[in-house]
Write a protein that binds this ligand. Structure first.
Ligand code: PLP
Length: 328
């Protein structure tokens, strides 16, 4: 028997962490400015724990597995301003777990950006200097071996971009579909960032399993289209195995992956994305950071201006603005 999407998701262990549904709100000033009725923001910056943000949806499924395995410690790794690390610290606090964060970066002299909340949330932070992500993973593996005799660690792999982590955004699609239906909106295009592609995978997979209620446009902030699609394909395969529901159709036809707004790549502003941080804040009173969200807004605006959005446009705000305080 083939399970429905929601029934299949119910069978996967999940720790309830996020305040859901997150709001769906019109961006009315921008609508007027662009002369396009129906521009929305999905406020996943307001998922409710710590500073909020997209990764809390993934952490619900990852922490669910951790608890099922009897883990008492969550280990997450990332650069100093990693959104995932702060949200892992917040999730651990909520679930009564120890949290260890492994950073590739020097111990900062000042507690700026996310370093301050990480400490405040009770995480144990280990700074490994300017090593690359590969070495950082080795450090995590060594740490796990060290801890094995004294506690039960669970490692959040690959910045939560795993098949299980992607289920967070599979689960967000029926939530969004309900919100648009309640507003009487029948046609909408979702714009979301693609970094490692975990969130993108979930949106594309969830949208396909629901019968394509949305058009999905992923704005790459880091890699070229082919590389991002390869990440998505890999994560999708893992997600399909966990959920037991095959992806209906072809990945390329199920979404648009656009790499033309990424500039020099991850964390490097383009002139347009740099302007967008301030312009969006002044227009709508909402803060965005420059690594992921400002490039998506630039992309969405271009699509609207070019007449490539036939119905409503919806920008997925993935949060992360805590790092804004260390970006300028
Ligand atoms: C705020 C924010 N938005 C978007 C993303 C991109 O998510 P993904 O790596 O799943 O593509 C990240 C990843 O760290 C993030 O922190």
């Amino acid at each position: 028997m083939v399970l429905s999407l929601e029934a299949a998701l119910e069978q996967v262990s999940r720790a309830r962490l996020a305040v859901l549904p997150t709001p769906l709100e019109p961006l009315s000033n921008w609508e007027r400015e662009l002369g396009h009725p129906g521009i929305y923001i999905k406020r996943d910056d307001m998922t409710g724990l710590g500073p909020g943000g997209n990764k809390l949806r993934s952490l619900e499924f990852l922490a669910g597995e951790a608890l099922e395995q009897g883990a008492d410690t969550l280990i997450a790794a990332g650069p100093l301003q990693s959104n995932l690390c702060t949200l892992a610290a917040a999730a651990s606090a909520k679930l009564g777990l120890r949290c260890i964060l492994v950073h590739n970066g020097e111990k900062p002299e000042r507690l700026e950006g996310r370093v301050l909340p990480n400490r405040g949330l009770g995480a144990e932070c280990r700074y490994r200097g300017p090593v690359d992500a590969g070495v950082r993973e080795q450090v995590v593996a060594e740490l796990c071996r060290e801890l094995a005799s004294s506690c039960h660690p669970y490692v959040i792999r690959n910045g939560a971009t795993t098949g299980r982590g992607a289920l967070g955004y599979v689960q967000a699609v029926p939530e969004l579909e309900r919100q648009f239906r309640e507003r009487g909106i029948r046609q909408a295009t979702l714009f979301a960032p693609g970094g490692n592609g975990g969130g993108a995978t979930g949106l594309i997979y969830g949208n396909a399993l629901l019968g394509f209620p949305f058009q999905v446009v992923i704005i790459s902030v880091e890699d070229d289209r082919e590389t991002l699609l390869a990440h998505i394909r890999q994560t999708l395969q893992e997600a399909e195995e966990i959920l037991g529901l095959p992806f209906p159709g072809s990945l390329e036809e199920a979404c648009v992956v656009d790499d033309t707004f990424r500039g020099e790549g991850w964390s490097v502003n383009t002139p347009a994305s740099s302007r967008m941080v301030g312009a969006f804040a002044r227009r709508e009173g909402i803060l965005v950071e420059h690594v992921y969200n400002s490039k998506v807004l630039v992309g969405m605006e271009a699509y609207i201006r070019d007449g490539r959005v036939p119905g409503a446009a919806c920008y997925l705000h993935t949060g992360g603005f805590g790092s804004l305080f260390a970006q300028y």
